[in-house]
Design a protein around this ligand. Structure first.
Ligand SMILES: Nc1ncnc2c1ncn2[C@@H]1O[C@H](COP(=O)(O)OP(=O)(O)OP(=O)(O)O)[C@@H](O)[C@H]1O
Length: 287
């Protein structure tokens, strides 16, 4: 029997990546990274530029073969993948033609398909734009079309690469509603996101940095395990390179307790991800 991916909490499903390592030449994009994809749940993958998010997602859907570790995923026809930047959309086809193209690839037809297509277009707010060229849609509408294309064939595993990056706040809400609905319908959803408020709403969150998994678990657990202390003030406290702007204030990370007069805050996901990253990148501070 295949062992379950750690953290899946599900004895019957074991989709996900298990200790996957991927290198591109001298660059280790993923270093023994694991992530469970559980039906009915959203797993968020977060991390900065070059953290390995896209590589992990592409590995999950079989587009990259890892050097070591293993991937458990449904058959290709049961996977849906939305690449970053809506690059899964054909710009010179209309919305309707994009959908028809994908439907033909999956042999989708008949009243059940018509119903699903109409439902998706309505939920995505694209039902009045069927005849518009995808290239003429707003960024948010194009992302929503890309989402519809990825989910049209009702995949069991849905993998989304930064679905809401560059999307206006209202379209972000629409997209999140679509994603939550897919999970509620029983789909295992894995999404990379740079929006940490979105990550905070996921069931599981994986924090990556430079190919390393810094933390994984329920968002509340990750917050509870935030290393060191985060403080707020009107100027950096301690080492300036361990401080960042947050609205009109400055946050600072301390490997230990705050200094005298410094005001500690309960970290949110943004603070936690930054704290994990600083702790990992500046090991001398936590030694
Ligand atoms: N095809 C490739 N050839 C060489 N290096 C690659 C390739 N794909 C990714 N990398 C490298 O692997 C590392 C991880 O990249 P990846 O795209 O997975 O990160 P990411 O977290 O998605 O970041 P970003 O959002 O900036 O794309 C980076 O150092 C990147 O330069």
């Amino acid at each position: 029997m295949t062992p379950a991916v750690p953290g899946s909490g599900n004895a019957t499903q074991n989709w996900g990546a298990r200790e996957v390592t991927v290198a591109f030449g001298a660059t280790t994009a993923l270093d023994a990274v694991s992530l469970a994809a559980v039906p009915g749940q959203v797993a968020a993958v977060v991390g900065g530029d070059g953290a390995g998010k896209t590589t992990l997602l592409r590995t999950l859907v079989g587009r990259i073969r890892p050097q070591s570790g293993r991937v458990e995923a449904p058959a290709t026809a049961d996977c849906g993948f939305m690449p970053t930047g809506a690059s899964g959309v054909w710009q010179d086809l209309t919305v309707a033609e994009n959908l028809a193209f994908v439907a033909a690839a999956y042999h989708l037809a008949g009243p059940a398909y018509d119903q699903r297509r109409a439902h998706l277009l309505r939920t995505a707010g694209l039902d009045h734009a069927e005849d518009r060229l995808a290239g003429a849609l707003s960024g948010g509408m194009r992302q929503k079309l890309a989402f519809c294309l990825a989910i049209l064939h009702e995949p069991k595993l849905l993998v989304l690469d930064e679905p809401s990056t560059g999307v206006d706040p209202v379209s972000r809400v629409d997209l999140w509603r679509l994603i939550s609905r897919a999970a509620a319908d029983g789909t295992a959803v894995v999404m990379a996101t740079t929006y940490l408020d979105e990550a905070e709403r996921a069931s599981t969150c994986l924090v990556l940095d430079q190919g390393h998994a810094l933390a994984m678990g329920a968002p509340a657990d990750i917050l509870a395990r935030t290393p060191g202390t985060v403080t707020t003030g009107d100027r950096p406290a301690g080492r300036p390179e361990l401080s960042w702007r947050r609205g009109h204030a400055t946050r600072s990370w301390h490997p230990g307790p705050p200094g005298p007069g410094e005001q500690a805050v309960a970290p949110d996901m943004e603070d936690a991800v930054i704290a994990f990253t600083f702790a990992d990148r500046t090991p001398e501070t936590t030694a």
